[in-house]
Design a protein around this ligand. Structure first.
Ligand code: NAD
Ligand code: ZN
Length: 589
């Protein structure tokens, strides 16, 4: 019941188990009224155990005796940092070739520090060649007679996955003397000849066995909360290869050639607007079984759309593609990135929305922008609308392996669209340069892109061709600027508009930005000047007929983007921004 970052440890553990999404049901089994009520109060499932028990396993056995279950996982109440990875590993054991021999599975982690090896609070385990447990002990095992012995020590982690029968057997069999001596419950299994398969997990969570652990855990939690937001040092990948210049699109054949693998096709995802544009299509180097798919950018990319595309590619081709090549605006570029990731990562795209959730390297992917401003060609994210959120797949594997910047390809972009997408770049710069995350790295890119935008959108002397070239580079620099910082208020609110009303990114940013004098006064004035100079009209009154529920959703989506708010307003942003503030802003739009 001790507090861990505002909630009792047991509630945190419960929520962590629930959040893995690996279980049909999660329960807390307890003999304490206080714990029972606390869990129910937080909306969880709790079971009161009837009898006195010597250990948690007995208590769980009693609880599942009448349940129709195959595998029961025991997560100790003091393991709030239980990771999905560890639980997945312990469950995966039951899919292995030797599954029939396994009565239960548990987890171990490598340890190296002699203090920990000799600490009786850390239970050590030794295993046979197939990772079946031989013995558990609070003593260092094996005992190193020769202190330089090259032996690997493993610490047991208190997570068990039982076949129901093994659990019930355990419950009925009396405690054994060795178990009682070491006070390690799983020894009972070994003494009765059961087989425990150990999975290795090296993700280190903090276990809470002592008051000092709790202090450390509270500290770690605070750091963890801060970590994904303003992590001071980011070691991020950049696009390794880029070619620039009018007509460089024709280099594509020689660029992708060396990446072609025998029988594995290149898949070209091309914006549908080019369907009848022979001047572009005829230059796409289709060879052998390569495939060209025309994709509509009418709606912004969805996780489901990615899943459908990946499935169709996997169904049609036996070989994993040599590469994915996206030709289009931010929408198509993001789709190309997401498809290349999902070809090598299992499950659904929505499972990877967030920061650093992608496990495997994507297939080779090339981005060829045909409209400039989003910075999607250079960024580490692919923005997707999923069933629950609009959020990017932000990972080291997301950026393109190759980008082709040919300003000629942006011929024919309708004026309004040119402006909206171009303003995405301007707003990226404004939000980055005025943000609290700004550093010299971001600033050097942001300032350049900002100046280019002023030339492109305010200086009448710049020719159309030069403006195309400048905007292409502004987009690149704007994207680089947010790589080390973050976007801000306009993007957070634009995501809300997009999620509820399907308003597209560029125009959504513009609709929001004109009302943000309170946050970006000087740049909102410049923006209005640009609007006027180019005779751009923005949709009006789009929030007028929202239902209260729609408004609430919109506000909730915007508020959920804490890194954006923190960048815009600092760590205490919640004192300045709340649902009321956002509602009154949205009502103006
Ligand atoms: P887009 O890709 O949605 O395209 C906008 C319109 O322009 C479409 O109708 C498209 O068919 C048309 N178009 C594109 N090139 C054309 C050309 N050469 N000639 C004629 N018409 C052309 O627009 P966008 O503004 O580039 O991208 C918006 C998307 O980018 C959103 O989905 C947004 O979430 C995403 N985005 C991603 C990032 C990132 O870092 N990954 C950053 C910002 C925005
Ligand atoms: Zn943007």
């Amino acid at each position: 019941m001790q507090d861990l970052g505002g909630k009792p440890v047991i509630v945190r553990t419960y929520e962590a188990a629930q959040a893995t999404g690996l279980f049909d049901q999660v329960y807390v089994v307890t003999d304490s009224d206080v714990i029972f009520k606390e869990i129910e109060w937080h909306g969880g499932n709790a079971i009161m155990s009837q009898k006195e028990h010597d250990c948690g396993t007995d208590r769980i056995a009693e609880a599942v005796e009448e349940m129709d279950v195959d595998i029961v996982v025991n997560v100790q109440g003091d393991e709030p940092f239980t990771s999905k990875e560890g639980l997945e590993q312990v469950l995966r054991v039951f899919d292995g070739a030797d599954a029939a021999k396994i009565d239960l599975a548990s987890l171990m982690t490598e340890i190296h520090d002699w203090r920990e090896i000799s600490d009786p609070n850390a239970v050590k385990v030794v295993v046979d060649k197939e990772n079946f447990a031989l013995y558990f002990s609070r003593s260092p095992i094996p005992y190193p007679r020769d202190k330089n012995a090259a032996v690997q020590y493993f610490k047991h982690k208190g997570i068990y996955a039982f076949r129901k029968q093994a659990l019930l057997d355990f419950y009925r069999l009396p405690m054994t003397i060795i178990e009682a001596t070491e006070k390690i419950e799983c020894i009972r299994f070994l003494e009765y000849g059961k087989r425990i398969k150990m999975a290795v997990s090296n993700t280190q969570g903090i276990e809470i066995d002592t008051p000092e652990d709790l202090v450390r855990a509270n500290k770690a939690l605070k750091e963890e909360k801060r970590l994904p937001i303003n992590n001071k040092y980011r070691n991020f990948p950049m696009v390794p290869k880029v070619v620039f210049g009018r007509g460089c699109f024709d280099q594509l054949t020689s660029i992708i050639g060396p990446h072609r693998k025998d029988k594995a096709p290149f898949i070209f995802l091309v914006d549908e607007v080019f369907k009848n544009k022979a001047s572009v299509i005829s230059r796409i180097p289709l060879r052998f079984n390569d495939k060209l798919l025309f994709i509509s950018a009418f709606e912004e990319p969805k996780t489901e759309q990615v899943d459908v595309l990946v499935k169709s590619i996997k169904t049609e081709f036996t070989y994993r593609p040599s590469g994915i090549i996206g030709i289009g605006g931010g929408s198509i570029l993001d789709l190309a990135k997401a498809v290349s990731i999902m070809l090598t990562n299992k499950g659904q795209a929505s499972e990877y929305q967030g920061w650093d959730l992608v496990k495997n390297k994507a297939v080779y992917h090339v981005g060829i922008p045909t409209i400039s401003g989003t910075g999607a060609e250079v960024s580490r994210t692919t923005v997707l609308t999923g069933p629950e959120k609009k959020l990017g797949i932000n990972s080291d594997f997301t950026p393109f392996d190759q980008v082709v910047l040919d300003p000629e390809l942006t011929d024919g972009v309708p004026k309004n669209q040119w402006f909206y997408t171009g303003m995405d770049c301007f707003i990226h710069c404004v939000e980055s340069l005025n943000g609290t995350f700004l550093n010299e790295f971001s600033k050097s890119y942001g300032e350049k892109a900002y100046d280019l935008c002023l030339e492109i959108f305010l200086d009448p002397k710049v020719s159309a061709e030069t403006a195309q070239e400048k905007l292409m580079m502004a987009s690149w620099h704007g994207g680089m600027s947010i790589a080390y910082s973050q976007v801000g208020v306009a993007h957070a609110m634009s995501y809300g508009l997009s999620y509820v009303l399907g308003v597209k990114h560029g125009v959504g940013n513009c609709i929001v930005f004109q009302h943000l004098e309170a946050y970006y006064a000087k740049d909102v004035a410049l923006f209005k000047q640009m609007i006027q100079q180019h005779g751009i009209s923005l949709p009006q009154g789009i929030c007028r007929d929202l239902t209260p529920q729609q408004m609430d959703t919109m506000v909730a989506i915007a508020l959920s983007l804490s890194p954006l708010w923190e960048n815009a307003l600092g760590p205490d942003w919640e004192q300045q921004i709340n649902a009321g503030v956002l509602k009154s802003l949205y009502q103006k739009m």
